[in-house]
Design a protein around this ligand. Structure first.
Ligand code: BES
Ligand code: ZN
Ligand code: ZN
Length: 491
């Protein structure tokens, strides 16, 4: 889909589909103008209560030669008083899906024309683009015979009085959303394709954007004492990797670390079939930091940024690690590993300690599909956030509010530490009872950060949607890229 900005009169533009917005029960200067040419079809639909402008409602009107646009799609934006920038993203996603299925190759949109929440036109165009790009995503590369594939929008034209300013917003939104959609692809691709080596190669492709990429394989990991990562990987025939990407230079980088389990069977503590079905998504943290680095490099952001991920497969076998194994990883603390399905915290323990020691970052943020307990607690509409740094929490919360990727803070109080006590090693990897599982996972990770301000984002519920909704389609969400780019911009 090619996107550009153009100046034009809504009554005169020629296209397959023209998209306009309407607040609940409030026609506006655009809908009124168009409806005058359309024999008041919209007014009639409103009178019949078929369409009122409620959020999510759509009304398609064929112009039958009465306008140069072949069809007009009026999109309900909900009550004006409740209007938020997120509504515009969602409306844009519904609209682009209709445009796709109508095979409207040339689509012109004016959905951003109605003012909202003091957002200026550039911000509204950004939201319009985000909704359109994220909403148009389809993961259909393995469908060999799909008629729906032929239906698409080739050109999306944003109608504006200020094309040069709009083009700037379009360029930026395209970079960021393309990275987020790349994350969706990496996560949606199955584990027989996306192996640890595949992920490392994907990261290495960022070299062409000027990113420094270092990949450590099994032999190097042995020398580096990444024994927790090696332990998790030892049940799989696939070689583990640890990947470090670096953008910019100077002291004190900001570091991001993502969990990259390319398939989580649970290991010897094997998952039940239902719990295993979607476990190709357990690499979402790693995919997100690759996507983030891609966006950061293309936007030429001024900061020094490290994105790193440990990656391997968690499988049961005769060589797999066992409950009760004691493992001494990179930072020398001994871990009594008590459940092979709690593998994320193991691989992250090596990666977090390494990144802190090697790069002395000013902040570390990890992203991990760490616990089912976080999904139980927060569902799909908030990422679990853990930190002892109030400022990091406040700034991430603010960024999430802007991008629609909300975070919700859960506690890291000392009382939870007792669960991880053991007589035989420095720490247990899981508690004796399985309560407060998300907090316990975060508490474990905290032991592997010495002094750096740190945030753990449990994205188990937000990296993957079980159903299509708003600008998400079933599967990977790509959440995190927009959030962290916004956070970096505000930092
Ligand atoms: N990858 C899973 C967490 C997960 C579950 C992500 C559901 C997305 C959806 C993780 O490795 C895991 O299995 N965690 C265990 C931890 C437990 C053994 C302490 C869990 O959540 O059950
Ligand atoms: Zn697991
Ligand atoms: Zn896992």
């Amino acid at each position: 889909m090619k996107i550009r900005a153009e100046k034009g009169d809504i009554e005169k533009v020629q296209c397959d589909l023209l998209i306009v917005g309407m607040f609940d029960s409030e026609s506006n200067r655009f809908t009124t103008k168009l409806d005058e040419r359309l024999n008041s079809e919209l007014a009639a639909a409103m009178k019949r209560k078929e369409f009122t402008g409620e959020a999510g409602q759509l009304k398609m009107i064929a112009s039958l030669g009465k306008l140069p646009a072949q069809k007009v799609l009026v999109v309900g934006l909900g009550k004006k008083a409740d209007y938020k920038i997120e509504n515009l993203r969602r409306a844009a996603a519904s609209a682009i899906r209709v445009a796709q299925s109508a095979n409207a190759r040339k689509t012109i949109t004016a959905l951003h024309h109605l003012e909202c929440e003091k957002a200026d036109e550039a911000e509204r165009i950004t939201a319009l683009l985000e909704g359109s790009l994220l909403g148009s995503y389809q993961f259909n590369q393995f469908k060999t015979d799909d008629k729906e594939k032929e239906k698409r929008v080739d050109d999306l034209i944003v109608l504006t009085d200020q094309p040069p300013a709009a083009e700037k917003a379009i360029k930026k939104a395209e970079i960021i959303c393309t990275a987020a959609l790349h994350v969706r692809d990496m996560v949606n691709l199955p584990s027989n394709i996306v192996t640890p080596s595949w992920l490392a190669d994907e990261a290495a492709k960022l070299k062409k954007l000027g990113v420094k990429v270092t990949v450590y394989g099994k032999e190097e990991l042995k020398k580096m004492n990444f024994n927790a990562l090696l332990a998790v990987s030892q049940g799989s025939v696939l070689e583990p990797k640890f990947v470090v990407m670096e953008h910019g230079s100077g002291k004190e980088p900001v570091a991001f670390v993502g969990k990259g389990i390319t398939f989580d069977s649970g290991g010897l503590d094997i998952k039940p079939a239902k719990g295993m079905e979607d476990m190709k998504m357990d690499k979402a943290g790693a995919a997100t930091v690759i996507g983030l680095m891609e966006a950061v490099a293309q936007l030429k952001m001024p900061q020094h940024i490290i994105c790193a991920f440990p990656t391997c497969e968690n499988m049961p076998s005769g060589t797999a690690y066992r409950p009760g194994d004691i493992i001494k990883g990179y930072n020398k603390k001994t871990i009594e590993m008590m459940n092979t399905d709690a593998e994320g915290r193991m691989v992250l323990s090596d990666a977090l300690s390494y990144v802190e020691k090697e790069f002395a970052p000013s902040a570390i943020i990890d992203l991990a599909t760490l616990t089912g307990a976080c999904v139980v607690a927060l569902g799909y509409w908030a990422t679990g956030l853990f930190t002892t740094d109030d400022k990091l929490f406040e700034t991430l919360k603010a960024a999430g509010k802007e991008t629609g990727e909300r975070v919700w803070r859960l506690p890291l109080w000392d009382e939870y530490k007792d669960n991880l006590k053991t007589d035989v090693a420095d720490i247990r990897s899981v508690g004796r009872s399985y309560d407060a599982g998300a907090i316990e996972g975060a508490t474990f990770l905290k032991n592997f950060i010495e002094k750096t301000p740190w945030v753990h984002l449990d994205i188990a519920g937000t990296a993957w949607m079980p159903e299509s909704k708003f600008y998400f389609s079933r599967g990977a969400t790509g959440n995190g890229v927009r959030l962290l780019v916004k956070w970096l911009e505000k930092r």
